[in-house]
Design a protein around this ligand. Structure first.
Ligand SMILES: [Zn+2]
Length: 480
């Protein structure tokens, strides 16, 4: 078996790994590279292999850094199956269409500048039609339902507890003339936290000869989830007391539903005063609808909330409204206070949250609550760092609002949780490849594994290829 790392190697985006065995090629994830515009564009527009030679794609979850290039693959001639859970497929339908329209807007923006400079026009990476063609290729497979996807390759999805439908991947590869040399290749995908709201806890691998692990929060430690809920209660109560506005920038998938779920629970338990909550993001509204359709992915607590008082919707309650149209969104400008607005984007880099910030950031009765990772150079990071002037749509605004942060809502396990997950695998993996982390995080994670006594821990670079012997030992083959 040959394993090649083609993305999310010493980086957090563009997840893509290639497995070759028995003359077949399986792609694990097909994610979009995000980051500096030109560099990302170049990496996203070409594949380092013959697209038609891929026999199957196995997709861990719907986040764009794992799924975002699937329509490109299809546009370039891929016509075999994409294996994913049904929740992942449904989320991909909403998210890839949204991504296609962003591509088109992005191309328009770049072309306006290129026209002024006399540079050639660019095309969107893909359009909505390419997404439709991609959706035709999905074959859904639920957790713990092993399936032989190609001769000698058996796939089992395990619950990764990261977002709705997110899976860890177990590929049982049988090689040799009699197919008697079996290697279990396990891939964490993105791994969630134990005890997170809504989704079930991550399930450990019962076997992994070769392990590919994520390391997003290598070297970092999150506060407990119970603390996150308490802090949310305190911030909401203070907002009520001041008669102010609470703005929560959040991504459409995961965090929005977690926060809504906790607000519902806190109001029900009368731990916070009742006040209107608005989810102002069309994508989040669509995505929440998909959450409602997948109760099989809920944890026990969510299921119980669902059963209480004949209440059947953990993501809806009488104080909560979802906006659908721009008109509805504009009405929020004249909102009675106290109130809560949850809106995208999570890092304040675009989307409707910018309109709410523009109007309210100068008001000392406003609180902005960050619940997700804020990357460098984003408005979210600058506000959290205490910048007193915010640039929004080219205008400068004085910042008088209060900034708060809760890190316990992270959808990723921290280093301790990742190490605990790996330690729970009954037999030590023979090889561990550490991916999906910035260089510091990946190095910290590899060091942590070393301290635990794992010997063959490798941090691959993009393009690195390894030949794996049955049972898991490997030879580096260098770059392709
Ligand atoms: Zn993810």
């Amino acid at each position: 078996m040959i394993l090649q790392f083609l993305g999310a190697a010493k980086a957090v985006t563009g997840s893509m790994h290639l497995v070759e065995t028995n003359g077949r090629r399986v792609l694990l994830d097909c994610g979009m590279v995000q980051g500096r515009r030109q560099e990302a564009r170049k990496l996203n527009s070409e594949f380092p292999f013959d697209v038609k030679s891929i026999d199957a794609v196995v997709l861990s979850h719907a986040h764009l850094d794992h799924s975002g290039r699937l329509p490109m693959l299809v546009k370039n001639g891929f016509s075999n199956s994409i294996f994913a859970t049904s929740a992942t497929r449904d989320l991909c339908s909403a998210m890839l269409r949204d991504s296609a329209s962003l591509q088109e807007m992005d191309a328009k923006y770049v072309n306006k500048i290129n026209a002024e400079r006399g540079l050639p026009f660019i095309k969107p990476l893909y359009n909505v039609h390419d997404v439709t063609e991609t959706l035709r290729l999905f074959q859904t497979l639920e957790f713990q339902r092993p399936l032989e996807i190609l001769p000698g390759i058996r796939l089992t999805f395990r619950n990764a507890g990261h977002i709705l439908g997110s899976a860890s991947v177990m590929l049982e590869v049988a090689e040799g003339r009699n197919k008697d040399k079996v290697t279990m290749l396990a891939f964490t995908g993105d791994l969630g936290r134990k005890g997170a709201a809504v989704v079930q806890d991550p399930e450990t691998f019962e076997r992994a000869d070769v392990l590919i692990t994520e390391s997003t929060y290598g070297g970092r430690h999150h506060g407990p989830i119970s603390e996150a809920r308490e802090k949310l209660a305190r911030i909401v109560s203070e907002t009520a007391h001041k008669g102010g506005l609470l703005i929560i920038p959040a991504f459409a998938v995961g965090r929005t539903q977690d926060v809504v779920y906790h607000l519902h629970e806190l109001m029900q338990a009368k731990q916070i005063p009742s006040m209107p909550v608005y989810v102002d993001s069309p994508l989040a509204t669509n995505i929440t609808e998909i959450f409602r359709q997948h109760p099989e992915s809920y944890d026990e607590e969510t299921e119980q909330l669902l059963l209480q008082d004949g209440d059947t919707d953990p993501f809806g309650f009488n104080m909560l409204k979802y906006t659908h149209s721009t008109e509805e969104s504009k009405k929020l400008n004249n909102l009675k206070r106290p109130a809560i607005i949850i809106s995208a984007s999570g890092m304040c880099e675009g989307g409707r949250v910018l309109h709410h910030l523009r109007r309210n950031i100068g008001d000392p009765n406003t609180t902005v609550l960050f619940v997700g990772f804020q990357a460098e150079n984003t408005l979210g990071r600058k506000l959290l760092q205490g910048d007193k002037i915010a640039r929004i749509y080219g205008e400068e605004h004085e910042v008088r609002a209060r900034m708060e942060e809760i890190d316990g809502y992270s959808a990723h396990a921290d280093e301790g949780e990742l190490l605990e997950f790996i330690a729970a695998i009954p037999k030590k993996p023979q090889r561990i490849f550490v991916v999906h982390g910035e260089p510091d995080a990946t190095a910290a994670m590899a060091a942590g594994l070393g301290k635990m006594g794992f010997e063959n821990v490798i941090v691959p670079e993009r393009g690195d290829r390894f030949e794996l012997q049955s049972g898991g030992t490997s030879n580096a083959l260098g770059k392709a």
